[in-house]
Design a protein around this ligand. Structure first.
Ligand code: FES
Length: 170
């Protein structure tokens, strides 16, 4: 027996697993994998929910220029962030002519929401949540509360936002 044959024989003795067996996944291993992935998703969702409820809300201070009116056509939107913040917002030019600005994070599990032109609905694709684009109120799905809103106002042709004043909420 050559040295090479001898090596092959020793190798097979040390690792007595056939190629076919090495690529098979047992039901038990597959169940373990599913449990691991499901557990990870549950922990991730729990973290996002806890963060949304427990961390103090960032306040928007002052007035912020977003864009000029003509840059957002009727039915159009524009995403923006306030300087110094990481919260994404969406400016919507509704078909009624009104402008609205909301946080672009769903109040359920923080997925990005988007405006469906011509429907008056802001939609969340993650769990089919829907919000009224005029008020931000929940109209369908699991979101527990309305989308946080900013007050939109104009100076000449400019569109600005600021924190919504208290008397507007009541
Ligand atoms: S994250 Fe929006 S409905 Fe669940």
């Amino acid at each position: 027996m050559s040295k090479e044959d001898n090596l092959n024989e020793n190798w097979k003795k040390d690792f007595p697993i056939k190629k076919q067996e090495s690529t098979q996944v047992s039901r038990r291993d597959f169940a373990k994998f599913l449990t691991f992935v499901s557990g990870g998703l549950m922990v991730g969702s729990g973290f996002v929910t806890a963060k949304a409820y427990l961390l103090p809300k960032e306040e928007v201070m002052g007035e912020h220029f977003i864009c000029n009116k003509e840059e957002v056509p009727v039915g159009g939107t524009r995403g923006f962030v306030i300087e110094g913040s990481a919260i994404p917002y969406i400016l919507i030019h509704l078909e009624s002519g009104d402008f609205r600005a909301y946080e672009q994070k769903c109040t359920h599990l923080s997925c990005s929401v988007f405006y469906k032109p011509g429907t008056g609905i802001i939609h969340c694709p993650c769990h089919e949540g829907s919000f009224d684009a005029m008020t931000g109120d929940v109209i369908a799905g699991p979101p527990p509360r309305a989308l946080p809103q900013l007050e939109v106002f104009f100076k000449d042709a400019g569109v600005y936002v600021k924190a919504i004043s208290e008397n507007k909420n009541s």
